[in-house]
Every structure is written in structure tokens, then in C-alpha cells.
Design a protein around this ligand. Structure first.
Ligand code: ATP
Length: 227
């Protein structure tokens, strides 16, 4: 979102209003549009401008200056027809980045086909994220780069404490890159040297595919059993 300061968001359901209020609280300008006056009233303090309008109407979108925005978010779930039509109009108006929420596979496919730049499935994405977290119990935090690649924070378990990164050889064995080592509250080694000895309380920050992180953690866990 480098350099982008203004967002237009259509549909103030639970998802849309959360995105809008979060962007607004981070200091971005948000123009939100919803057909339902009650939703407009409910969100008027959480967006820069909130307008009651039918976003499937091209003239309305033009009159609101929507074409000047760089990023648009379509958050209409239930009314698939409205969601698709709005996304199509936004692409036709020339908005470079249109992000739309899909409520089903078919919905997602159509949105992709009409040129939506990013389709999100909030419930499914959250479920996958949670499942990935739960599957690997040492993971402290997790940043998804793509659905398959993440940056993960892993606590240094007793099996790896006292060893150097060179000895552990995590990259060669599992294709997992340790990009940083967090030590205590303020110290972060970026990148950590190969002869850095892992200490209790250290946190390893790794960049890898989810599958390789899982392989690495499973191997560490089973070495625990062999000790
Ligand atoms: P959630 O609340 O979980 O995010 P959802 O996205 O399915 O669910 P919907 O009930 O589909 O939520 O509502 C999305 C919002 O989009 C509603 O506030 C609705 O009034 C608004 N909306 C629907 N059609 C249009 C339209 N043509 N123009 C503008 N807003 C619309």
C-alpha cells in the first residue's frame, strides 16, 4: 500500500465495515458506499465519507468521483449479482486495483474472470490460517506472503538451544531460511550469523513454504521424542 492514501469501499457488512474502520484508523481516506441508509448511519464516524447509493449504477459511481481512486474494495457477499456488476464497473472505470470478497468458488471464479485483481475468501482464508497455526504448535506469529509461503516466528525449543545455525543446517535440510533471530525485547539479528548459538528464549524468524515449515517442525518434534 506504499503511497496509496485513498480507498473506495463498497458494502458495509461486517467485513466491509471492519476493513473501512481499520483503514480509517490508520489514517487513510476512505469513501464508503452502501445502498442501505442504516448501514451508512452506523458507519459514518468510521470513514472519511459515507454515501448512501446503489453502486451498480455507473452514473452514480462517476458522480462520486470513484474513477479517481487507485484501490477499490467490493465487500458485497450475499448479492452475487450486485457484487459482480459493481466489480465490473469499477474495472471499466479504470481503477488499477480492485479487490473483491467472494462468498463461494463460483463467485470467486467470475470475479477473477472479469478482471478483479485480488479475490478474497475471508472465512476460508481465516480458517486456513488458523489451521496452519494449530498444526504447528511452536509458531508464535505468522505473516502470509502467498497462500503457500509465509514468514513465521518460531520459538527456540530445547532441541535446538545450544547449537549454532550452521550446525542446525536448517536451510539445507528443509529449505527454510532463517532471516532473523529475535533475542529479548529489543535485540534482533538480521541476518543472524551462521555461528550464532541459539539461546533459550530466542525466536527464529523464518521464510519458507508452509509445507517446509511443517516438515522442519515435525522433524524437530520427533527429535524431542528420541532424546
Ligand atoms: P458480512 O456482513 O459477513 O460481511 P456480507 O458481505 O454477505 O456479509 P451482505 O449482507 O452481503 O454482507 O452486505 C454487504 C453490504 O453491501 C450490505 O450493507 C448491503 O447493503 C451492501 N450492498 C448490497 N448491494 C449493494 C449495492 N448495489 N450498492 C451498494 N451497497 C450494496
Amino acid at each position: 500500500m506504499k503511497g496509496i492514501k485513498e480507498f473506495v469501499l463498497i458494502g458495509l457488512g461486517r467485513f466491509g465495515s471492519s476493513v473501512a474502520s481499520h483503514l480509517h484508523s490508520m489514517g487513510y481516506e476512505v469513501l464508503a458506499i452502501d445502498i442501505d441508509e442504516k448501514r451508512v448511519q452506523k458507519n459514518k464516524d468510521f470513514c472519511t465519507h459515507v454515501v448512501q447509493a446503489d453502486a451498480t449504477d455507473e452514473q452514480t459511481l462517476r458522480a462520486l468521483g470513484v474513477a479517481n481512486f487507485e484501490v477499490a474494495i467490493v465487500s458485497i457477499g450475499h448479492d452475487m449479482q450486485a457484487s459482480i456488476l459493481v466489480a465490473l464497473l469499477l474495472k471499466d472505470l479504470g481503477i488499477p486495483r480492485v479487490i473483491a470478497k467472494a462468498s463461494s468458488d463460483v463467485h470467486g471464479k467470475v470475479l477473477k474472470r472479469i478482471g478483479v485483481d485480488r479475490v478474497i475468501f475471508p472465512e476460508r482464508d481465516m480458517a486456513i490460517k488458523l489451521a496452519n497455526h494449530l498444526a504447528i504448535d511452536n509458531i508464535i506469529d505468522y505473516l502470509e506472503i502467498t497462500p503457500d509461503v509465509s514468514i513465521v516466528e518460531v520459538s527456540a525449543t530445547p532441541e535446538i538451544q545450544g547449537q549454532t545455525l550452521r550446525e542446525l543446517d536448517i536451510r539445507a535440510k528443509y529449505d527454510v531460511n532463517i532471516v532473523a533471530l529475535r533475542r529479548g525485547v529489543t535485540e534482533v539479528l538480521v541476518p543472524p550469523g551462521p555461528d550464532e548459538v541459539i539461546r533459550p528464549g530466542d525466536i527464529l524468524i523464518a521464510l519458507a513454504t508452509n509445507e517446509n515449515v511443517r516438515r522442519w517442525q515435525e522433524a524437530t518434534r520427533s527429535s524431542r521424542g528420541n532424546r
